[in-house]
Every structure is written in structure tokens, then in C-alpha cells.
Design a protein around this ligand. Sequence first.
Ligand code: B12
Ligand code: SF4
Ligand code: SF4
Length: 320
Amino acid sequence: MAVRPTRTTDVEGVSLTYNYGTISIEHLDELQAFVDGLDQDGRLSEHETYREYIEHARYALPEDFEEAPSIIAFALDVKLMRATFYLDGIGHEILVPPQYYGLGLPKDALTTIIRNEILPNPEHRLERLPHGYLKLLAVRSGLARYGRNNISYVEGMGSFLMLAAFVTDCELPDEWTDLAQLSECESCRICLTCCPTGAIRDSEFVIDAGKCIPLYNEVPGDFPDWLPTEVHNAYIGCMRCQLSCPANRDAVAVAGRLPDISEEETRALLAGQADDPALKTAGEKLRIGFDDEDTLSVVSRNLNALLTKGGSSDRSSPSA
Ligand code: B12
Ligand code: SF4
Ligand code: SF4
């Protein structure tokens, strides 16, 4: 099936670019069985944190909506951001990946789009799919394709996106398709070469999640001894396998910028003391709440790795 063209729409003055795919609910068991099969074949990491994530993500329908006939896989285009953090008179340019800053979306923005532009009648019942592996759903609905890096790509958006899934009582076309990979991957191995930890492998398509940097830097705690500080390359998460991917060329070119983080704000983040008043303005600029202790400890630890312990942020020009 041809991928439908990406659409841009306006929700309460905010411009949002999206695409979607639809499948019958009948495929839900098959989707779960596929992941269970990978697990039984020993292809999924045994790492404790990864296990918690995938156990929590098992496909499930809303409790009182098990008769819903259709699922909508939805992808929202989200910009990669950069921010300059000032420290000792030097501006350090740091990547802020799409998942880790607030989008400031109007309330119910995604359901508004679906009701107004996807469903034939806005009165249909529509609920979030409470759990499920979103990339697999997006790929099997024809919305996305897998890259070798195991991330999913939507034509016209690349991989900088937020995926979500909804169930509805409206019967929509069953666009079920085969597991598909980007055609760009055929003659490319850039992500495999760029991955600093060897999480992307030649011998196995499923990445070794136990070696994937975000597994350690998007949650609180000490980094394991085997993970060198130099591998950190983003404020939270990791951008190495997406940044130089040819399928992301256009998305990287339109990356956005968050406001500069002043010397005082950077120092407050590095110190990680919850009562520091400079955290308020830092949080507003980075569109994240530092009232939550875990968020502050994650960002503080990561920035220390990037700015004071040899991480690979871009050391740019002096501020003067
Ligand atoms: C657990 C998890 C993680 C773990 C493990 C990641 C992993 N790839 O295993 C950690 C914390 C490391 C992580 C990291 C990241 N994550 Co994450 N993560 C998840 C989560 C919660 C579940 C994903 C999962 O484990 N699925 C089960 C595994 C088995 O499936 P899979 O990864 O899709 O792998 C499939 C392929 O390998 C395929 N397959 C097997 N053999 C073959 C052969 C061929 C030829 C093909 C084509 C396919 C194929 O089978 C597998 C099952 O379908 C989802 C949210 C959700 N509910 O879905 C977000 C999610 C997948 N993450 C997301 C993002 C953005 C990231 C990061 C980019 C964040 C960052 N900037 O650092 C990185 C990317 C790392 C990477 N290279 O994949 C987005 C993905 C958006 C997108 N464009 O696809 C999601 C959907 C969150 C969201 N709502 O937006 N993540
Ligand atoms: S970097 Fe190359 S191999 Fe990796 S996902 Fe992108 S196109 Fe595929
Ligand atoms: S997110 Fe980073 S560590 Fe994980 S596979 Fe990509 S490059 Fe490797």
C-alpha cells in the first residue's frame, strides 16, 4: 500500500505535522506473539531495566473497550532541538532529542486531529491504546519502516517523531503490511559504525538494548563502569545512530533551538540542588520540570558527564 501523504494541520494556533496508519484489532495477538517469539528465541536483552520497559509495554486494550474494531497508529513530527549551555565563558552546544522536552501541545491535540481529520464522524468513541510496542504497530500498519538502528521512520518526517496509538469503535481499513525496512539501509551501515557501544550489530537485527545509552541516561542512577563518559552525546538519550542517518537528512536540517542556558543556570543544573532558584528559568527554557527529583538528578548527572567529564558535546565559541 502506498504511504499516505504527510499532513500539516492547525490545532488552537499550533501547527502540527502528522501521519497515521490503521489496522484491525484482530492483529493485536499476532503483534504480541511476534515479540514473544523474539524473546523465546533469545533475541531480546535480559537487562533488568529493559525487561521492566518491555513487560510494561505488552499490548493491552482499554478494560471496557475490548470490542473496538480498529487501531490507529499515529506519528507526530517533533523537531530535534539544540541548546547552548554556558560554562566558564564557553558556549557548549548540546543536543536535546525530540522525546525529552515539552511540546506545549494544546490539550487533547492528537484526539482532536483524529476526530476532525481521520474519523468519518467525530462522535465515534476514541481511546488511547494503554500499552503496546509502538514501532512494531506503526511498521505493520504501513505508517513506518524500521531502520537498521531499530528506530522507526515515517516518510517525509524521518525518525524524529512521537508515536502514539488509539482504538476506536469506527471500522477503519485494515492496512496490515509486512515488516518493512528502509530502502536506504540496503547500501548503508552508518548507524552500525556510529553506535559508540556496539548496540547495533551485524549479526542480529534486534539491537542489544543492554548496551544502548538511553537505557542508562534516561533513568536515575550511576552509569555502569563499562560505559565510558565520552560516549554521552545528548542532554538525555543518544542521537548517534539518527543524526548521520541519510533518511534523517531533511529532519536534521530543520532542527530547532531552545533559548541559551546562562552560566548561572548551567551551574544550578550541574549542582542539582532542588532549591536553587535558577532551576526555574532553566526548566522553562528547556521545557521540562525540575520539581521532580528524578528529572533533576538525571539531567544533572548527564550534564556533568557532558560538560565536566569529557563527554562529546560540541565546545563552541567563547561567550564574550
Ligand atoms: C524499551 C524502549 C527503549 C529501550 C530499548 C530500545 C530498543 N530498541 O530495544 C531504550 C531505553 C534503550 C530506548 C531507547 C530509545 N528510544 Co525507546 N522505547 C522503548 C519502548 C518503551 C518499548 C520498545 C520495545 O522494547 N519494543 C520491543 C522490541 C522487541 O521491539 P523493537 O525495538 O521495535 O524491535 C523490533 C525490530 O527489531 C523487529 N525486527 C526483528 N527482526 C527484524 C528483521 C527486519 C529485517 C526488520 C525490518 C525488523 C525486525 O522486531 C522487533 C519487534 O518488532 C517504546 C515505547 C513503546 N511503548 O513502544 C519507546 C520508543 C520505541 N522509543 C523511542 C525513542 C525515540 C528512543 C530513542 C531514540 C531515544 C533517544 N533519543 O535516545 C532511543 C533509540 C534506541 C534505539 N536504537 O532503538 C520512540 C521511537 C520513535 C521512533 N521514531 O521510532 C518510542 C516509540 C517512544 C515514543 N512514544 O515515541 N527505548
Ligand atoms: S544510518 Fe543507514 S543503515 Fe542506519 S538506519 Fe539510517 S539508512 Fe539505515
Ligand atoms: S541510541 Fe546510541 S547507543 Fe543506542 S543504538 Fe543508537 S547510537 Fe547506539
